[in-house]
Design a protein around this ligand. Structure first.
Ligand SMILES: C[S@@+](CC[C@H](N)C(=O)[O-])C[C@H]1O[C@@H](n2cnc3c(N)ncnc32)[C@H](O)[C@@H]1O
Length: 115
């Protein structure tokens, strides 16, 4: 599982305790520093500092089960290049989950499955 814009890594810290092997990507070095300080000891969780689309390019194609953007990179980035990187990284049947804030009381959750 890869989180695109993982911030301080809290989402993945929870998910890795459920058995997932996780990579968190964030382009803010301070966020990655915080994530590593808080959760660097967890064995199945790793963090990368850099742009989400670029870092996804370092992951073996077709190797990722799930990509997450929870108020993350898809909230801030031109989606085309990131979507292309996600399509390459996901295995067939893998899923992209995007959570976007609609307003103070509502969020949108979109789930796309790679063919
Ligand atoms: C609102 S925070 C959400 C953090 C985390 N997903 C959470 O739910 O706590 C958005 C994060 O996305 C990161 N971000 C935005 N665009 C990015 C990009 N293109 N590549 C990597 N990280 C990005 C920001 O640095 C920030 O840490």
């Amino acid at each position: 599982m890869v989180e695109l814009g993982c911030g301080g890594g809290h989402n993945l810290a929870h998910l890795t305790t459920q058995g997932a092997r996780c990579i968190g990507i964030d382009h803010d070095p301070a966020k990655i520093h915080l994530a590593r300080a808080c959760y660097g000891h967890l064995p199945r969780l790793h963090f990368r500092n850099g742009d989400a689309a670029r870092c996804l390019g370092d992951v073996p194609p077709g190797s990722v089960d799930v990509c997450l953007s929870i108020f993350g990179a898809f909230s801030f980035t031109t989606p085309g290049p990131l979507l292309a990187a996600v399509a390459t990284a996901l295995r067939p049947g893998g899923q992209l989950l995007i959570v976007l804030r609609a307003d103070a009381h509502h969020d949108y959750i979109t789930v796309l499955t790679r063919r």
